[in-house]
Design a protein. Structure first.
Length: 190
């Protein structure tokens, strides 16, 4: 457990967790490889890839801010985040995106000014956490990049995530499979 991490929802938990480490009796919301401690103040959206219909991320919304999370396969015993972060930085710099590296509660992170139009940018904060054979990536956008209450709420969501890596061999950086919980209501396409 990272000493910089704060308790989740008033408990002494400080993740993200591997499913083998999570011992709390809290009921989790289950989305395949990602499960999490529900928070009634935060809404959850499944992000679906156009064309394939595959669920590729979960987004957690609090007020006007959002936290997008994705879990990826990682080699056993390796911290893949620094390598991934360097690749993200190189890609963004090659596109002329303005960015700064920071040290945050989960380690190294990047704050980037993402272009939304010719005259508008959006600040995003990208960070990650390496577990046992998995990497959990988070991207915060909106006021929570700087505003304390929203940032704390979304960081606590990230801390409450439990990653279920599974035993299927996957190449490093392969997206871990997500699925909707049983009984979830899927909005109909227009």
């Amino acid at each position: 457990m990272n000493e910089n991490q704060a308790p989740v929802n008033g408990s002494k938990l400080a993740g993200p967790f591997d499913e083998s480490e999570f011992v709390d009796s809290t009921d989790l919301a289950e989305f395949g490889s990602i499960a999490f401690i529900p928070n009634p103040r935060v809404s959850v959206r499944a992000e679906i890839e156009e064309g394939t219909g595959r669920m590729v991320a979960l987004s957690f919304d609090f007020k006007d801010s959002s936290l997008q999370v994705q879990a990826f396969a990682s080699p056993k015993g390796e911290n893949l985040w620094e390598e991934v972060l360097n690749d993200i930085v190189a890609s963004l710099e090659s596109q002329g995106v303005s960015l700064e590296r920071h040290s945050g509660p989960f380690g190294s992170e990047v704050h980037a000014q993402m272009p939304m139009s010719a005259s508008e940018t959006k600040t995003v904060r990208m960070f990650g956490f390496s577990g046992d054979r998995w990497l959990l990536r988070g991207v915060i956008s909106g006021p929570a990049v700087n505003e304390l209450e929203s940032r704390t709420e979304l960081e606590n969501v990230f801390r409450g995530i439990v990653v279920r890596r599974g035993e299927v061999p996957l190449p490093p950086r392969e997206l871990l499979p997500l699925s909707l919980p049983e009984g979830a209501i899927v909005p109909k396409a227009n």
